[in-house]
Design a protein around this ligand. Structure first.
Ligand SMILES: *Cc1c(COP(=O)(O)O)cnc(C)c1O
Length: 404
């Protein structure tokens, strides 16, 4: 077993060996510019790109022409939101989203607010979910876009995307979803779910970094986007620039594998995730799962370990690569805005750890992780006077603390 053990598949994933194999020829023999129409080098590169376009389209039930390649989901989210904002500005300047989107959505919306757009942030419930009814209530005559993530990257909650899509269709409002964490783990179908724009990225599904795509609906309705990057008219004018052919080919292969594994892999991931939870919860008390109990990504486990400081816990189990519920900003340790939005108190948020398993996780690794976590938490709690008081039956809320 190689250490450290990687339990951070929401952050990024290794390139699948089959993906790498598909990419390699495109760095050397097949090096042409996919836009070179005059010779064999260009044609073979273009054929690689078009095959990948079909593979990515296939993963989400789209047609080839609806896929636009970008540098990743950050760019896709920017293109969806800014592209609609500019193109449909005459219709209105109101956008609906949630407070627990990825920063690529939140910061883009904040930028638009500075340009005079109005953004409604729908409150999420304590599991991190929004309802279609909330979306219906929030839509106004000047609403031009609803942008709601398919599945959350911290707490794993999967939103009722099909229901939200139906409301948007009914109201005639464009619907964008950041589906980065959902594709390959839950079924995604742009047509049955009423999705008009969808962001994906290769490096979260065992493809390379720096390549992603946006799905742009062509029919019922035909969505138009203002481009962010100009110069040459590649990707039907929506994203100029010489195509990253090896990256695109790898992305296509990664999408093909994800689709092929869709009926088996998520089930295996859920078993590993559940094995992790069963292992730690059998040995430890005062654990709280963040996110939805069932409508949840199969590979996600986000846990608050009460009476243990998250950063100390991470230090205590350095052989595990995980993420904490706090973000280091320059001045201080800020609790995650996602946990804050679902009502997790600041204290508990600082004790939270996100575990995410993936294609290359083994049962052996999970068992090792369980042992590490249990011993690290027990060690820290042995040093915690608060935990000791709780164990002795003291109700902490009844304690009057005095400052010295
Ligand atoms: C990783 C991630 C992104 C950003 O994707 P990049 O390709 O790294 O820019 C956007 N949204 C979600 C939900 C993510 O998890």
């Amino acid at each position: 077993m190689k250490k450290p053990i990687y339990l951070d598949y929401h952050s990024t994933t290794p390139v699948d060996p089959e993906v790498l194999k598909a990419m390699l020829p495109y760095f050397t023999e097949v090096f042409g510019n996919a836009a070179s129409r005059n010779h064999e080098f260009g044609w073979t590169a273009e054929a690689g790109v078009e095959k990948a376009r079909a593979q990515v389209a296939g993963l989400i039930g789209a047609t080839d022409k609806e896929i636009v390649f970008t540098s990743g989901a950050t760019e896709s989210n920017n293109l969806a939101i800014l592209g609609v904002a500019e193109m449909y500005a005459e219709k209105g300047k109101h956008i609906i989203t949630t407070p627990i989107e990825h920063k690529a959505v939140l910061d883009t919306c904040q930028f638009l607010e500075s340009k005079g757009y109005q953004i409604t942030y729908l409150p999420v419930d304590k599991t991190g979910m929004v309802s279609a009814e909330q979306v219906r209530q929030a839509i106004r005559p000047d609403t031009i876009l609803v942008s709601i993530m398919f599945a959350n990257n911290e707490i794993g909650t999967v939103n009722p995307i099909g229901e939200i899509g139906r409301v948007c269709k009914e109201k005639g409002v464009l619907f964008h979803t950041d589906a980065v964490q959902a594709v390959g783990k839950v079924p995604v179908d742009v047509n049955s779910m009423g999705i008009d724009l969808l962001s994906v990225t290769a490096h979260k599904i065992y493809g390379p970094k720096g390549i992603g795509a946006i799905y742009v609906r062509r029919k019922n309705p035909r969505v138009r986007l203002s481009a962010l990057i100009h110069g040459g008219g590649h990707e039907r004018g929506m994203r100029s620039g010489t195509l990253n052919v090896p990256g695109i080919v790898g992305f296509g292969k990664a999408a093909e594998i994800a689709l092929r594994n869709l009926s088996t892999e998520p089930k295996r991931l859920a078993e590993l995730r559940d094995r992790l939870w069963k292992g730690i919860s059998a040995e430890l008390d005062e654990l709280y799962i963040n996110g939805h109990p069932t409508s949840r990504l199969p590979n996600n486990l986000n846990v608050s370990f009460a009476f243990v400081e998250g950063e100390s816990l991470m230090m205590g189990m350095k052989e595990l690569a995980v993420s904490s519920g706090s973000a280091c900003t320059s001045a201080s340790l800020e609790p995650s805005y996602v946990l804050k939005s679902i009502g997790v108190g600041e204290d508990l948020a600082h004790t939270s750890i996100r575990f995410s398993v993936g294609r290359f996780t083994t049962e052996e690794e999970i068992d090792f992780a369980v042992a590490k976590i249990v011993s690290a938490v027990k060690k820290l709690r042995d040093l915690s006077p608060l935990y000791e008081m709780v164990k002795e039956g003291v109700d902490l809320k009844s304690v009057h603390w005095t400052a010295h």
